[in-house]
Design a protein around this ligand. Sequence first.
Ligand SMILES: NC(=O)c1ccc[n+]([C@@H]2O[C@H](COP(=O)([O-])OP(=O)(O)OC[C@H]3O[C@@H](n4cnc5c(N)ncnc54)[C@H](OP(=O)(O)O)[C@@H]3O)[C@@H](O)[C@H]2O)c1
Length: 253
Amino acid sequence: MSTSLEGKVAIVTGGGRGIGKAITKRLAEAGANVVIASRKLENLEATAQEYSSLPGKIAPVVCHVGRADDLEKLVGETEKLFGPADILVNNSATNIGQGPSLDVTDEMFAKMFEVNVVSALRLIRLTVPKMIERGTGGSIINIASIAGLRPQPGGLLYSATKATLIMMTRNWAMEFGKHNVRVNVIAPGLIETDFSEYFWKNENYVKKLEATQPIPRIGTPDEIGGMALYLASSESSFVTGQVFVVDGGATAL
Ligand SMILES: NC(=O)c1ccc[n+]([C@@H]2O[C@H](COP(=O)([O-])OP(=O)(O)OC[C@H]3O[C@@H](n4cnc5c(N)ncnc54)[C@H](OP(=O)(O)O)[C@@H]3O)[C@@H](O)[C@H]2O)c1
């Protein structure tokens, strides 16, 4: 058992910033070659450049995860650059439609599921059959949220997509376990990134968090990176279908 990922190939969606960037760093430090994918090339290139001295190589690929043809291109590019994926991190997400549930439209529902859920379904379809065929196993890491475990005020769609990802993870794990393809999900609490600034820039929200959360502070992206490294590596070889809550104890209450 070790946390070495030497010789492994990883895809991290949303790997150019925030939590995805921290995961990318951990995987490349451990020796994996990592393809990072999202819509904006600048973030991806900046991250690849910043971590260019790490043992694993990092390559950017522009990809809108809500588009099936982009996902096909992403997997094709990965195979050309580094070979078939051993590790897939479904991290990209969006959050439109935050607000009263009666304002949620069919279009918002469709877009939220396309980006946050269907992307993972498609990427798993594009990568897992090859992991099974090669017989070398694999690790899928889905990034959900504690909002997928309990409702979030104004977050009907966000919570629904993350809860769906959690249940799909357990189903995938059940099916793929015999092929040594493990599927787990991380459910972060509040982590300081662009995505969550609405919460951590709100003084009252932060004060309440500091007064109630067992570890009374906002988390850092690297605190999710460490969990992802564990799940990607052979240290977690007997672990599948699990939800790893990394939230400073927020949901322990
Ligand atoms: N921060 C938190 O407090 C928190 C808590 C729980 C869960 N999470 C989850 O953690 C994950 C990462 O979020 P983060 O906090 O690191 O946010 P972030 O810094 O805003 O990163 C979001 C990433 O998703 C990518 N992305 C968004 N829409 C995309 C699309 N249509 N196609 C491809 N990539 C797309 C973005 O890249 P581009 O803009 O370049 O496309 C960006 O790299 C998400 O799944 C989020 O739900 C975050």
